[in-house]
Design a binder for this molecule. Structure first.
Ligand code: C2E
Ligand code: MG
Ligand code: MG
Length: 766
């Protein structure tokens, strides 16, 4: 039923199946029609003289008309593939064939009774030919076969029954049944053949579509070689990849073309060798990375290939796809390089050093030896970077790395951890004193002056080292302990080497505890301000107080500012603490006579805060202190890190009406140039010069004189710090400093004491 179209297929599409069947119908129907016409003429000739000639003529006309009608319907199926068979087409076609059978029914049932039995058999022979003929030719329209064979066959059987020839009736019925079964079988075979054909065609189309798309992709191509590994059917794209025209590469040896110079020498790159082997052994391969050498240069190809076989299974060559992955590979290599090397110095980076250290530790473990990790930090590098710019800083780092490599032997590997931090992994550190010798050599080499762009630069190096596995059983522990040793070296002033000792851990732990206590110092009201008077050098009257922070920790007792201020700066806790100091100092100053200023120390860290000047405005507004009574003390170091921002912030504060003092002048970076960068109101000469001068140190004396002279010319005042006795006070006065601060005139004191000092002083003066 499904084959003849009377039932819908379980799966698939009725229209599609019928279309596959009927698409060839119009080609075979002409043969069948010719057969019909011939059979009609033959049958008519049998009845000439038996049936009335007009009736016979009418019958013949009916045969011809019905045949023409069928042909008309069949021809309408010409474009059936495009539009698809509809149920109406199907019905029309079946009906047309039905009509075609009627004249034969008439002949068998109504002409035969008038004729001789031999005519009956002759007519049945013609009808049987028609039945067999349609079964053979009409596989593409089985419904027509079924209808016509069934109708004509039944008429034949009935005619034999009427004639009383039962044997022939049964024989004919059996014949028709066999024909019908055969017809249905071949129709089914035809249909499945058509379905398979259509499937193949569709697949072909998909394959060619995919291939076209594949070839259109930028870098992919198809390649093919024969049994001698010579290129066959080279596609234009493949030829292009080879850098030649398709005709010139056709028939050339594939390996020779891509081997370049190595063909003659016979020394193939490993990847090419592998490809040749695979081809020789007829092995399938995929994504084989091959280093090829073409006229255009060396490239990386990614090739896949499968051996081809013909129908009989004979090997006939290779076919595959390929693409040029040179760019991608270069990129991958670059990424891999960047992941392991520092671009600035070309040294291994932290990742690679960590791996090297892990390797060294495994080695030490295996041979029961020792390895070492040295961490190196450059001293004063920041100052160079900040004052001369990053470009000079970068070039300096490159020179440092060269010198560092010059000191090392094969036993050591160095790298850059980042910034101005370097490190060395020593594989075998079993020999006594080896680490110390290397550390000293590194410090010595790195501390020699550098020549960069007409600048002679002096920097130093601090080194911290840890020995594995003694000082740490894991890479992390060893690195952390070397870092602790480095911290100690820096803390001690730099240009030194420290080896790790377990007590450093305790120090670090102490520091961590101190830090957490400092975090809560404001909230716990552990902070307090002391005030130290600054007096006029001539009149010795108090002109200002410097606010100095004190921390009386519940946990750690009294902690000196020299210890907790750097800690607060490191952890940026100085920002909230500094804000508190500013508020407290301004509030206290409002209780003093109007002509007495308050000086507040401000760290570089605070100046770099984007809203520092806003917090100054807030402190002044909250307390009602006039801006001219606030002096901000900064040290030269604030200009080192980000000089521009610091200067800008200070200028904003000056614009408010506050004054700026340059604290601890002469220590550290000491450059008179700083004096010109900003309109400081006061230069505070460091205590060390006062002490030096009082001990008759000529250099100290000269410096104080120079500073005083320079300050005068720039209309700045000078304050001498750390004056401890009358002698020193006299000396300072003689040297021309305008103000004096020191224990001789008053130690840092509690707020109340300071208040009573000025108020009492005033009342005495009055
Ligand atoms: P500084 O600003 O140079 O303060 C002067 C330091 O010298 C004070 O030390 C003071 O006690 C000490 N001093 C004053 N006169 C004499 C003297 O005659 N002889 C001796 N031997 N010393 C004298 P202090 O209070 O220990 O402060 C140390 C440093 O801590 C200060 O140096 C300042 O840089 C910093 N500091 C203090 N308070 C603050 C603050 O609130 N914020 C910031 N950022 N830093 C602060
Ligand atoms: Mg100060
Ligand atoms: Mg000072």
């Amino acid at each position: 039923m499904q084959v003849i179209g009377l039932r819908d297929p379980g799966e698939g599409d009725w229209t599609r199946l019928r279309t596959l069947q009927y698409s060839e119908l119009f080609q075979v129907s002409i043969i069948r029609l010719a057969g019909h016409a011939l059979a009609g003429a033959l049958a008519a000739s049998l009845f000439v003289g038996v049936v009335n000639k007009w009736i016979l003529l009418g019958w013949l006309v009916a045969v011809v008309l019905a045949t023409i009608n069928v042909r008309r319907v069949d021809l309408s199926f010409i474009d059936i593939e495009r539009r698809g068979v509809q149920r109406s087409d199907f019905k029309r076609q079946a009906q047309a064939y039905g009509w075609c059978t009627l004249p034969w029914v008439v002949a068998l049932l109504f002409f035969v009774p008038f004729a001789a039995p031999s005519t009956h058999y002759a007519l049945w022979a013609i009808a049987a030919m028609l039945i067999a003929g349609s079964a053979v030719t009409m596989t593409s329209a089985p419904i027509a076969t079924v209808v016509s064979d069934l109708v004509i066959g039944t008429a034949g059987v009935v005619s034999f029954l009427v004639a009383g020839d039962f044997g022939f009736a049964v024989g004919s019925a059996a014949f028709v049944a066999v024909i019908l079964v055969g017809a249905l079988r071949s129709a089914r075979t035809y249909l499945s053949a058509r379905i398979a054909e259509a499937g193949v065609a569709e697949k072909d189309e998909v394959v060619s579509l995919l291939l076209r798309e594949f070839e259109e992709k930028e870098s992919d191509w198809l390649w093919q070689v024969d049994t001698n590994r010579r290129i066959r059917s080279a596609s234009p794209r493949f030829a292009f990849a080879l850098g030649a025209a398709p005709e010139t590469v056709e028939g050339e040896s594939f390996i020779k073309l891509i081997a370049g110079g190595s063909w003659d020498s016979g020394k193939f790159p490993a990847s090419l060798h592998e490809l040749a082997e695979k081809l020789k052994r007829r092995e399938h391969f995929s994504n084989l990375l091959v280093h090829v050498e073409l006229a255009a240069g060396r490239r990386w190809w990614e090739l896949s290939g499968t051996p081809m076989r013909d129908d009989k299974g004979n090997y006939i060559g290779f076919r595959g796809v390929g693409s040029d992955v040179t760019e991608q590979r270069d990129r991958d290599e670059k990424i891999a390089y960047l992941a392991r090397y520092d671009t600035l110095t070309g040294l291994p980076n932290r990742l690679m050093l960590t791996e090297a250290l892990g390797e060294a530790m495994r080695f030490a473990d295996q041979w029961k030896s020792r390895c070492a990790f040295l961490m190196i930090d450059l001293d004063r590098f920041k100052a160079v970077n900040d004052s001369l710019g990053h470009q000079i800083g970068d070039r300096l780092l490159a020179k440092v790395s060269k010198r560092l490599m010059g000191v090392l032997t094969e036993n050591e590997q160095c790298g850059r951890l980042g910034g101005d931090e370097f490190a060395v992994v020593m594989r075998d550190a079993s020999e006594r004193g080896r680490v110390e010798r290397l550390a000293d050599a590194i410090i010595d080499a790195l501390s020699q002056p550098y020549q960069v762009d007409n600048h002679t630069l002096f920097i130093g190096a601090s080194v911290g080292s840890a020995i594995g596995p003694r000082d740490g059983s894991s890479v992390e522990m060893l690195m952390r302990n070397a870092d602790l040793a480095l911290y100690r070296a820096k803390d001690e002033g730099g240009n030194e080497h420290f080896s790790y000792v377990p007590s450093m851990h305790a120090d670090a732990e102490e520091r961590r505890k101190l830090e957490s206590a400092l975090r809560h110092a404001i909230g716990n009201r552990e902070l307090e301000l002391n005030f130290q008077p600054v007096v006029n050098a001539k009149s010795e009257t108090v002109v200002s107080f410097e606010a100095l922070l004190r921390w009386n920790s519940e946990e750690h007792g009294f902690v000196s500012p020299g210890k907790f201020i750097p800690l607060a700066e490191d952890t940026r806790l100085i920002v909230p603490i500094g804000e508190w100091v500013l508020h407290e100092a301004c509030r206290e100053a409002t209780r003093w006579p109007d002509d007495i200023k308050v000086a507040v120390n401000v760290s570089g860290e605070q100046l770099l805060e984007p809203n520092f000047s806003a917090s100054v405005v807030r402190a002044l507004a909250d307390t009602g202190l006039p801006a001219h009574r606030l002096e901000v003390e900064v040290t030269e170091s604030v200009f080192l890190r980000d000089g521009r921002t610091a200067r800008q912030t200070l200028e904003e504060i000056m614009a408010l009406g506050c004054s700026i003092a340059l604290d601890d002048f002469g220590t550290g970076y000491s450059s008179l140039g700083y004096l010109r960068t900003l309109r400081f109101s006061t230069i505070k000469v460091d205590r060390s010069f006062v002490q030096g001068a009082s001990q008759g140190n000529a250099e100290s004396l000269a410096i104080i004189r120079a500073v005083v002279a320079m300050a005068r010319s720039l209309e700045m005042s000078t304050t001498a710090e750390g004056v401890e006795d009358a002698e020193q006070a006299a000396l300072i006065r003689e040297l021309g400093c305008s103000k004096i601060q020191g224990f001789y005139f008053g130690r840092p004191m509690a707020a109340l004491e300071a208040r009573s000092l000025v108020v009492k002083g005033r009342s005495r003066a009055a």
